[in-house]
Design a protein around this ligand. Structure first.
Ligand code: ADP
Length: 567
């Protein structure tokens, strides 16, 4: 493009910000450096909130969580090569979890990268990102920034949501063009996640299958939470009277104390259901791939999913309903006027019986008088406080901390629980917590294993810098899984051991937040209550018995156990 000397110009950096603004982006998460520092400044100057992190992975996890919480793509900004690669972990994790996110990264000089001549932070990022993202785009001219952003947004939120990579080389950020032409090159994406209406016959097939069931079950996954079809889902569950099981991030879609929740009879319903309706939940490892003995070999499946490729991925699906969950549930609700579904009493009797037994078993664990605290007694204290603070967003990661947290702390509102998700990723904690606080403006409690916390612990400085109402509770049992392992071969600590004497509460004090030490459930409850009242950054060091917990939590069977023979 030819620019006249007196014509107003705009550079790629400002165009990128305007392209985001044109599409309603309000917040960008990132870490600045060459070549995107001015992009963050320009975002602030033009009214976008920029939240600066200490490491890109946490910024990326924040963007992913923002995507899940808002249904719009969360934006993460990274620098070239190493910063890009740090962020890529979060982009891959977002894609795996079906969260819409866009990682925008600056990159070095194309001509040097392509001839591998050794540029500052040289990496072919556009191609590197491809296998880890739902889509990868690179913009090579400033006049294409608008279309690049538009394509990234559509790719992130349409169909099955996922992570998208958008490469903005330094040369493009630096380039200028006439301001009027630049403004005209921007676009606002219309209907970025269009409804996908399932075929009416697929819904009829599904309802017929349910109508013939003796032991039906509905499984709600985080796709159902993401779909924001809360009322339609609740109405279908309540009208049919079918028991439902929430996957961990679907907890609260219906309140956990709902009489039709079969969560406390999980193994029974998985093992005995004869017709299962999956709503936004994959038959992956989290559901034992739909296979026996966890499931009845003869169980018949209905699956509602926006992605046709998901169907039959692990076992035959007799009634696939391919479409978006809002449209599918609306269709199912309409269909109920002509199909009669009734749940036999015997099925509910069996579920209630097992629920009563399991609730009693858990109560005994929760009420135990354990010194030091164990996972259950510490979580009971948290549960009791949160019972009066149901609007809190909860973040939960760790092995035993996650397994027990999921079972013990109930949720009452949709999309209020964020956890390790589909990969079982450790390190999502502070990023997810920051996004939850920023996007909701409300309080967040992050229940973290001490090992899990370490992956993103430095972000407590970020929390303090932005004065976010986040309370981090570190379950300090002094180890990965457990803290009592002894290395008998040398003087070094065993591989699973961390310092049990750590005072994580003093870390946050260094940044002006409030630290609490809690050795008993009483102290933990009081600290949490005080921190919630204060509404400021806080960290509670909850001292847990180092011998509490099991190796790999509920996943011991996935461990490869060696013979431990010294040479
Ligand atoms: P969980 O881990 O809670 O079981 P998964 O992440 O395995 O849940 O499954 C979520 C599923 O939901 C994915 O297969 C995804 O394609 C699907 N999904 C996400 N959003 C929608 C939507 N709006 N409509 C239909 N399906 C969706």
């Amino acid at each position: 493009t030819v620019t006249h000397p007196d014509e107003e110009t705009i550079d790629g950096t400002a165009l990128a910000v305007d392209a985001l603004r044109a599409n309603g982006v309000e917040t960008v998460y990132g870490v600045v450096g060459i070549p995107i520092t001015d992009l963050a400044r320009t975002a602030q100057a033009r009214g976008i909130r920029y939240i600066g992190f200490r490491q890109e992975q946490a910024a990326g996890h924040a963007a992913a969580a923002a995507g899940f919480l808002t249904g719009r793509p969360g934006i993460c900004l990274t620098v070239s090569a190493p910063g890009f690669l740090n962020g890529l972990v979060a982009l891959a994790n977002a894609t795996t979890n079906c969260f819409p996110m866009i990682q925008i990264s600056g990159s070095s000089e194309r001509n040097i990268i392509d001839l591998q001549q050794g540029d500052y932070e040289e990496l072919d990022q556009f191609n590197v990102a491809k296998p880890f993202a739902k889509a990868s785009f690179r913009v090579d001219r400033p006049q294409d920034i608008g279309i690049g952003v538009a394509r990234a947004i559509r790719a992130a939120v349409s169909g099955r949501p996922g992570g998208v990579y958008l490469d903005l080389p330094a040369a493009v950020l630096r380039a200028t063009m006439p301001a009027a032409a630049g403004a005209a090159s921007l676009m606002r994406v219309v209907d970025p996640a269009p409804a996908r209406i399932p075929a009416p016959e697929s819904i009829a097939r599904a309802l017929d299958l349910l109508a013939g069931a003796e032991r039906p079950l509905i499984v709600l996954g985080k796709g159902a939470a993401y779909a924001r079809a809360d009322q339609a889902i609740r109405s279908f569950v309540e009208t049919t009277g079918i028991p439902y099981l929430p996957m961990s991030m679907a907890k609260g879609l219906l309140p956990d104390d709902h009489p039709q929740s079969a969560a406390a009879a999980r193994s029974l319903v998985l093992g005995q259901a004869d017709v299962v309706m999956l709503v936004g939940a994959r038959l992956n490892w989290l559901l034992a791939h739909g296979q026996a003995p966890r499931w009845a070999a003869a169980a018949r499946f209905i699956q509602i999913d926006v992605d046709p490729m998901e169907i039959d991925s692990n076992r035959p699906i007799e009634a696939p309903v391919v479409g978006d969950i809002a449209s599918a549930m609306a269709g199912c609700n309409d269909g109920l006027s002509s199909v009669k579904i009734a749940v036999p009493d015997a099925w509910w009797d069996a579920i209630r019986d097992r629920t009563a037994k399991n609730v009693a078993k858990l109560r005994a664990k929760l009420d135990a008088d354990a010194h030091p605290m164990n996972f259950a007694t510490a979580l009971r204290a948290i549960r009791d406080v949160l019972d009066d603070h149901r609007d809190v967003h909860l973040v939960n990661e760790g092995a035993n901390t996650l397994d027990s947290g999921r079972d013990i702390v109930p949720m009452y509102h949709p999309r209020h629980r964020l956890d390790s998700g589909t990969w079982g990723t450790m390190g999502v904690g502070m990023g997810y917590a920051i996004a939850a606080a920023v996007e909701s403006g409300g309080p967040v409690v992050a229940i973290e294993g001490d090992s899990a916390f370490g992956f993103s612990g430095m972000e407590i400085e970020t929390i303090c810098r932005y004065q976010l109402p986040i309370i981090t509770i570190v379950f300090n049992n002094g180890g990965v899984y457990k803290g009592d392992e002894v290395n008998t071969y040398s003087a070094d600590p065993a591989p699973t051991v961390l310092l049990h004497s750590s005072r994580y509460d003093k870390l946050i004090a260094a940044f002006g937040g409030t630290g609490y030490q809690a050795d008993t459930p009483d102290e933990l409850g009081h600290a949490l209550l005080a921190a919630l009242k204060a509404g400021r950054p806080a960290l509670i060091n909850a001292v847990i018995d180092p011998s509490a917990g099991t190796e790999s939590g509920h996943l011991s069977h996935l461990n490869a156990t060696g013979s431990l023979q010294p040479v």
